[in-house]
Design a protein around this ligand. Structure first.
Ligand code: ADP
Length: 617
């Protein structure tokens, strides 16, 4: 029956071909020597001169087992010969050598234990610091992209796994040295034995490498699922969301979603592992068979008096070492590979260009001018800001009004240099932004956003002091800032006063939880403490009640006298006090002038003002 036979064959071929094609398609992330050297450099920088000892110790440690195996074999032979000759000297010499090796091992081992106590932590802390310092220097436009978020997730993975990576790199090197020393030791006994054992370990080595490469690819492909799982977990443990999640009965749904994302990220690994189950069984079986064959061969050679009796022990020990070295080598290569994938991301991350900066320093209150500025967010064709021009002279106050999505916050982001205009220029003291020294310019600004920060891990005093840590921790000034933000009596509510840590997660003495409005006022106190030359306020009092808001704005006006202020607000009682008001609509300035001028124009501003005034009546 030739027909079915042929079709069976073609079926098999088809399957094989499609598997090959699929394999070619796998885009395995590549591991470069460059990234290995890079990690080595990080390790050296983080660990310092101690790293020299570690290298020497690891190299010594990788050669010793093979040498000991050979000497131990010689000891057995010397005992066996001693039975006949009654000569103790050869055995005593060998025993002294073995004892010497043990003593050196003990001494070096103890030094190693002592030196490596802080090593992993040194490396971890060094990399965490590098990542954090770099992150804040990367322009917001890059940080906001989804690709960057994926990459940053892997960079963080790298930060967490750096100690594994560096240890695994060392393991690869030492496994190779061990392997070479074992091979040399085996060669001194029998080249055939060496060849058989080495050849038998090839299939399992290839399989290990292939599986590791697939897992590496999976790790990369499922970054987003890992990120989703992590984001859900964070939401659930965050006490700010806990209440809402519980009220909405959302917990179990979110847990299910998190598990699903986790499962998705591991599914492919399991499929791949399964596919390799039987081939690995075969490959490992081959290795075992080869080992036993070799031992039988050596035993026969000893009986035929071609080898010494002690060499049986040597070969048996060396075989064990060979197997464990090969598997440790490939395990380390896989670990290195897996983690070095993230090292590539880390390298790219560290090379991301920082915010560009010019060299013209800014001191005092700057003049800020927008000249025909337009801007679209990356990957968006809509203009969030469309041909906007205005000038903020030193000491002026400017209010921006407009509906949600009109472009008010975007304008502030452009002004602080978080984004660059797509068209037009921003001039600081009549100089283009690109020529301005960024740091000195930002030092003049202070901003209060709707999404203000809550530093729960810090004390009440620090929450204010964080407005400008370059100033001393002046308790009086901090108390004054709290007072101006209508929080004058807050410190007295706590037993520890300004030293109270602001969360019960970190301090059990924290008994009076702040309301949303109080937290917002605390962020205002921070801005007061900073006392910037240009104060940017983006709906800073949305969560604050009307009475407090009134007090706070009175204080803002008082404090900012002679300095510049830009304010975004929906409350006209606040807006009307500004010297200049601009109305934004779909990114464009539709009206501008003083409160009175705008009312006289009887346009959108007048309409909005009247609506709100009616609402208050
Ligand atoms: P406002 O502060 O006036 O409410 P925004 O300046 O926040 O408005 O937003 C202006 C427009 O830009 C809106 O259409 C908004 O959807 C869009 N936008 C805001 N932030 C981003 C962003 N990071 N990426 C893309 N589009 C954005």
């Amino acid at each position: 029956m030739p027909e079915p036979a042929r079709s069976r064959k073609t079926d098999r071929e088809k399957r094989r071909n499609s598997r090959r094609a699929e394999h070619r398609k796998l885009n395995y992330p590549r591991i470069s020597l460059k990234s290995i050297l890079y990690v080595t450099r990080i390790y050296r920088k983080a660990v310092g001169p101690k790293s020299i000892f570690f290298v020497v110790y690891r190299v010594y440690n990788s050669v010793v087992p093979a040498v000991t195996a050979v000497i131990a074999g010689a000891a057995v032979t010397s005992i066996s010969n001693g039975i006949v000759t009654h000569d103790f000297v050869p055995f005593i010499v060998i025993a002294i050598i073995l004892l010497g090796i043990e003593i050196v091992n003990l001494v070096l081992g103890t030094i190693n234990n002592f030196l490596s106590i802080t090593t992993n932590q040194d490396v971890f802390i060094y990399v965490s610091e590098q990542i954090a310092t770099k992150y804040i220097r990367i322009p917001l436009k890059i940080r906001e992209s989804r690709e960057f978020a994926d990459k940053f997730e892997r960079v963080r993975d790298f930060g967490g796994s750096i100690t594994y990576v560096s240890n695994s790199i060392v393991n690869v090197v030492t496994s190779v040295i061990s392997l070479v020393s074992v091979v040399i030791a085996t060669l001194t006994i029998s080249p055939i034995v060496t060849l058989v054992v080495l050849v038998a370990s090839v299939p399992s080595s290839i399989l290990s490498l292939r599986l590791a490469a697939m897992q590496r690819r999976n790790w990369r492909e499922f970054t987003r699922d890992r990120r989703i799982a992590w984001a859900i977990e964070q939401k659930m443990v965050n006490s700010n969301n806990a209440l809402e999640i519980e009220m909405n009965g959302l917990s179990s749904h979110l847990v299910r979603q998190m598990i699903k994302a986790r499962r998705r990220s591991q599914e492919q690994d399991i499929i791949d592992e399964r596919r390799f189950l039987w081939p690995r069984f075969g490959a490992n079986g081959l290795e075992t068979a080869a080992s036993y064959g070799v031992l039988i061969f050596v035993a026969i050679e000893i009986i035929l008096e071609k080898l010494d009796i002690g060499q049986f022990l040597t070969v048996r020990t060396l075989l064990g070492q060979l197997n464990s070295n090969v598997s440790s080598l490939f395990n380390s290569i896989s670990t290195v590979n897996e983690n070095l994938v993230n090292a590539t991301d880390y390298m790219e991350f560290m090379e991301t260009p920082a915010n560009a900066s010019g060299d013209i320093k800014v001191s005092g209150i700057p003049k800020i001018e927008f000249r025909n500025v337009s801007f679209s967010y990356p990957n968006s064709s809509v203009k969030a800001i469309d041909n906007v021009s205005f000038t903020l002279n030193p000491g002026d106050s400017l209010a921006i009004v407009g509906e949600n999505g009109a472009g008010k916050t975007t304008l502030i982001k452009l002004l602080i240099g978080a984004y660059e205009p797509s068209d037009g220029v921003i001039l600081i003291n009549d100089q283009p932004f690109s020529r301005i020294d960024r740091e000195s310019y930002l030092a003049q600004l202070g901003a209060l956003f709707q999404d203000y920060a809550r530093y729960e891990f810090a004390t009440l005093g620090e929450n204010v002091w964080f407005g400008d840590v370059s100033k001393g921790f002046d308790r009086e000034e901090i108390q004054k800032a709290l007072h101006d933000a209508d929080l004058g009596d807050l410190a007295s509510k706590y037993e520890k006063g300004l030293n109270q840590v602001m969360s019960k997660d970190f301090d059990e003495k924290y008994t009076t939880d702040l309301s949303g409005g109080q937290w917002q006022r605390l962020s205002i106190a921070r801005a007061f403490f900073r006392s910037p030359n240009v104060l940017l306020l983006d709906e800073p009092t949305a969560a604050v009640d009307a009475k407090s808001e009134y007090e706070i704005f009175k204080n803002i006006i008082k404090k900012q006298q002679g300095k510049s202020t830009i304010i975004i607000s929906h409350r006209f009682s606040t807006v009307r006090k500004a010297e200049q008001i601009i109305v934004l609509d779909q990114g464009r300035i539709t009206e501008s002038g003083t409160h009175e001028e705008l009312l006289a124009q009887n346009g959108t501003y007048a309409e909005m003002f009247k609506l709100q005034a009616e609402g208050y009546n």
